[in-house]
Design a protein around this ligand. Structure first.
Ligand SMILES: NC(=O)c1ccc[n+]([C@@H]2O[C@H](COP(=O)([O-])OP(=O)(O)OC[C@H]3O[C@@H](n4cnc5c(N)ncnc54)[C@H](OP(=O)(O)O)[C@@H]3O)[C@@H](O)[C@H]2O)c1
Length: 204
């Protein structure tokens, strides 16, 4: 029986390289590229078919940064495939870190100067927008969307879930991904949120 393999963020980078490798290893598998941009997904599909003309490559629209899109894709996957053998959680974003010039000059004349140069602590900042679901983008994309996806189609099918590790970049202290309503609180709400994130990371 052909194996069904889903790869999120399959249209470029590691995801696309992974798809190439999977088809090289087993040309009989049914590969599904789960991508947010259909044009880029089609281009990736064509590239894969160039090197593996007999491959069965499907596409499903999935924006892991959107809860609605994850549920829609999960429904689509359920309807299309009787089972899923492997689900690769590869899609992810990593906003480029910027140097905080103010923090640099403040740190330069403080007791933390050596530590700042040794670890870059407090020196680097990262832009992370709030998305339409009210979640911070990195958290929603790298962790939460995949978490929802794992709960839905694969649970029924008993798939092997392979995480690319992007959820690890969702550390609370690095990305401050508490939702806006938690940022203004300390104590229980903040701890509860941190606990939730750690739980999600364990689940993945
Ligand atoms: N490269 C590294 O050194 C490294 C190290 C540690 C972990 N990782 C993780 O490995 C994974 C792949 O890395 P990469 O270097 O191949 O990154 P990449 O070249 O930037 O590719 C990321 C892929 O994820 C897709 N993607 C991003 N946001 C998405 C969303 N909301 N919904 C669906 N797809 C989305 C992108 O699609 P679009 O084309 O539509 O943007 C793209 O296909 C990422 O999760 C990354 O965090 C990479």
């Amino acid at each position: 029986m052909e194996k069904v393999v889903i790869v999120t963020g399959a249209n470029s980078g590691i995801g696309l390289a992974l798809c190439e490798r999977l088809l090289t290893e087993d040309i009989h598998l049914r590969l599904c590229l789960a991508c947010r941009n259909m044009q880029r997904a089609e281009a990736a599909r064509s590239a894969l078919l160039l090197s593996h003309s007999k491959a069965q490559v499907d596409i499903v629209q999935l924006d892991v940064g959107s809860v609605q899109s994850v549920f829609a894709a999960a429904q689509e996957l359920k309807a299309r495939y009787e089972r899923i053998d492997f689900l690769y959680l590869n899609a992810g974003i990593m906003p480029n870190p910027q140097v905080d010039i103010k923090a640099f000059f403040k740190g330069l004349f403080s007791r933390n100067a050596i530590n700042m140069f040794a670890t870059a602590e407090g020196l680097l900042t990262q832009q992370d927008q709030i998305n339409t679901d009210g979640l911070q983008e990195v958290f929603a994309t790298n962790l939460f969307g995949h978490f929802l996806l794992v709960l839905t189609p694969s649970q029924r099918a008993g798939a092997s879930v392979v995480s690319g590790g992007s959820h690890i970049t969702c550390r609370v202290d690095l990305f401050k991904q508490r939702p806006a309503h938690c940022l203004q609180y300390r104590g229980y709400p903040a701890q509860k949120w941190d606990g939730t994130i750690q739980l999600l990371q364990v689940c993945l």
